[in-house]
Design a protein around this ligand. Structure first.
Ligand code: ADP
Ligand code: 5GP
Length: 210
């Protein structure tokens, strides 16, 4: 899979509860030219989640079939469920008029797999200000059973150990401040020379004064 040179691939990861869904939603609201990569998962939908918008919810048998068909760019088991990014998702986004980039909300295993295949990926890791605050947010969200919550909290340590896979570390202490950082990173990455060079070259080809 070779994405277009001007297309931004932004991987956003964090330990569960650090706030990446909150930050991703804000980024999508404020940057309408960015699209969200809808993953496949075997996890059950949460109360407010919509199939096809938040995830493609599938059972394990269907997920395994997609793996066998080579449909995924990356996939991993996270907190006991399977999650994966389909190649079709990137192709669809690149073919959508007005879509200049794709945001992936995936874990460090997925980030590592994408990095191994595509050179030009921007990785952002969201950190909580403290482990106490992470636990408070996970409990405050009240979306998991106590057992699932403990699993996620224990896994947070492992996820933070992989921070070096990412280019940027955003500390989500105050959500507005963290969002400003994320937005600045996104804007700067979109303005990189390699993403704008095609425009510069076309100006040179057509830009003679008459
Ligand atoms: P993740 O997607 O990383 O699992 P969420 O975005 O679902 O995390 O956030 C977890 C909980 O913490 C949510 O209830 C969210 O409203 C809350 N939250 C997110 N960012 C902040 C923040 N900066 N300060 C306080 N609470 C926050
Ligand atoms: P949640 O169940 O809270 O939506 O997500 C749990 C974890 O799975 C999060 O860390 C999220 O980033 C990760 N995740 C979601 N989709 C994918 C995916 O397609 N691939 C990988 N590797 N991880 C994913």
């Amino acid at each position: 899979m070779t994405p277009r040179r001007d297309f931004l691939l932004l991987v956003l990861s964090s330990p569960s509860g650090a706030g990446k869904t909150t930050l991703t939603r804000k980024l999508l609201e404020q940057c309408p030219e960015l699209c969200f990569s809808v993953s496949h998962t075997t996890r059950a939908p949460r109360a407010n989640e919509v199939d096809g918008r938040d995830y493609h919810f599938v059972d394990r048998a269907r997920f395994r079939r997609l793996v066998d068909q080579g449909a995924f760019l990356e996939w991993a088991e996270v907190h006991g469920n399977l999650y994966g990014t389909s190649i079709a998702e990137i192709e669809r986004a690149q073919g959508t008029p007005g879509c200049a980039g794709l945001i992936f909300d995936i874990d460090y295993q997925g980030a590592r797999q994408i990095r191994a295949q595509i050179e030009d990926v921007v990785g952002v890791f969201v950190l909580p200000p403290s482990m106490q605050e992470l636990e408070r947010r996970l409990r405050g969200r009240a979306s998991e059973t106590e057992e699932a919550l403990q699993k996620r909290f224990t896994a947070a340590q492992l996820e933070i150990e992989h921070y070096a896979l990412f280019d940027y570390l955003v500390v989500n202490d105050d959500v507005e401040r963290a969002f400003d950082e994320l937005r600045s990173i996104t804007l700067a990455e979109r303005a990189r020379r390699r993403r704008r060079s095609a425009l510069a070259e076309s100006l040179l080809r057509t830009g003679r004064l008459s």
